[in-house]
Design a protein around this ligand. Structure first.
Ligand SMILES: *Cc1c(COP(=O)(O)O)cnc(C)c1O
Length: 371
């Protein structure tokens, strides 16, 4: 049997006609830059995240870069984030002109450990940038008060967590609802993926919204009048059309991912060498990834590959050990939780179109490896 890590063709079969119809409209209009589909999607994604403004940008990476640029960071300013995330999180901090400062993660959820963040705060700290890794939200009820008490921004990297929720001080809050600004990615493999790159910033801060909107079109609110130097980073109208057609399915896709995750947790709970993912009881996880910790992880991955099962390692090298960040002066051993995780994590296929037979095959292959 073949079980790919992700099967976008299976998804495409369900949505093909709806997407092509939306695309056709854009093609007939020949209006490819911003325009109606982008505006419509901005309104819908802002509503979904309980935020006031949505600003379509070219990628989730730029969705982080532009709010950081809007903070007018100076050389030496610091932004605290996780070393256990996709590279873009820290890359955006660097490219916005600030210094990435890492803090270790919680070993259960792999999200920023608020105590480690607190210890990393200095007078140069300008923002805290939590990542809602794999689709479950970071401990905002602790990170927000830290940011507020220091008067610094909290930027959410929700690129893997669109629609995820967390109970914050007794109330359900959605990713993007509480941060100063939040980035979503529409990279094709994300829970809501386009047919190419795309991203969205949401914010309820009017001034932040205005700045990001301006920054995405070369810093000019009015055509050919530039208040500041921005970039060219707009969500493509064709991508917005694809995403509008897919958006009605997002919730049921995320629910099916949750059900698939629950199935795996049950099927693997008797395997002592495997730790199944821990969902913080405060979170409603959207399982962008289903990540186990496994003994002899690399050998398990090779075994699964030989059986036709795709898996992935997110992430094999924590960011403080990346060569490009050597200038920050970190050393191996400094973030032991992130480093241990990088040697043990393995993402299994969890996409909504996964069949029961495929799931049983994956679980069986894992049990067989440890038998
Ligand atoms: C995907 C992702 C990004 C970047 O998104 P792109 O759309 O690929 O630029 C940033 N952070 C995290 C955690 C991601 O998973």
């Amino acid at each position: 049997m073949n079980v790919p890590m992700l099967d976008l063709k299976a998804q495409h079969a369900q949505i093909r006609d709806a997407v092509l119809q939306k695309l056709q409209q854009v093609v007939e209009e020949q209006a490819f830059i911003l325009g109606q589909p982008v505006q419509d999607l901005e309104v819908r994604i802002a509503a979904l995240s309980h935020a006031k403004h949505g600003i379509g940008v070219a990628s989730g990476t730029d969705g982080l870069l532009l709010p950081l640029k809007a903070l007018d960071l100076k050389p030496g300013d610091e932004v605290i984030t996780s070393p256990f995330t996709f590279f873009a999180t820290a890359g955006a901090i660097h490219n916005a002109g600030a210094r990435p400062v890492f803090a270790d993660i919680d070993p259960r959820t792999y999200n920023l450990d608020p105590a480690a963040v607190e210890a990393a705060i200095t007078p140069r700290t300008r923002a805290i940038l939590p990542v809602h890794l794999y689709g479950q939200m970071a401990a905002l009820e602790r990170l927000l008060p830290l940011a507020r008490s220091r008067g610094v921004a909290l930027i959410e990297d929700a690129c893997q967590a669109i629609g995820a929720r967390r109970k914050v001080d007794g109330e359900w809050r959605t990713a993007g609802e509480l941060g100063t600004a939040t980035s979503f990615s529409f990279f094709p493999s994300k829970n809501l993926g386009g047919w190419g790159d795309g991203g969205m910033v949401v914010t309820s801060d009017d001034r932040m919204g205005e700045r990001v909107r301006r920054l995405r079109t070369h810093g000019g609110a009015k055509l050919y009048h530039h208040d500041e130097v921005g970039v060219n980073s707009r969500l493509d109208a064709l991508q917005a059309a694809v995403l509008l057609a897919k958006l009605p399915y997002l919730q049921s896709w995320s629910e099916t991912r949750r059900a698939n995750a629950a199935w795996f947790c049950e099927a693997l709970k008797s395997v002592a060498a495997v730790r199944t993912p821990v969902t913080d009881p405060l979170n409603e996880h959207i399982f962008h990834q289903y990540v186990i910790e496994a003994e002899r992880r690399d050998a398990l991955q090779a075994h699964l590959k030989a059986k036709g099962i795709g898996t992935a390692i997110y992430y094999p090298v924590p960011l403080h050990l990346q060569p490009c960040f050597a200038y920050l002066g970190y050393a191996a051993g400094q973030f032991p939780v992130a480093e241990a995780a990088s040697h043990r994590v393995l993402a299994l296929p969890v996409y909504p179109e996964l069949t029961e037979a495929q799931q049983a095959y994956v679980a069986g292959a894992i049990r067989e490896f440890y038998a």
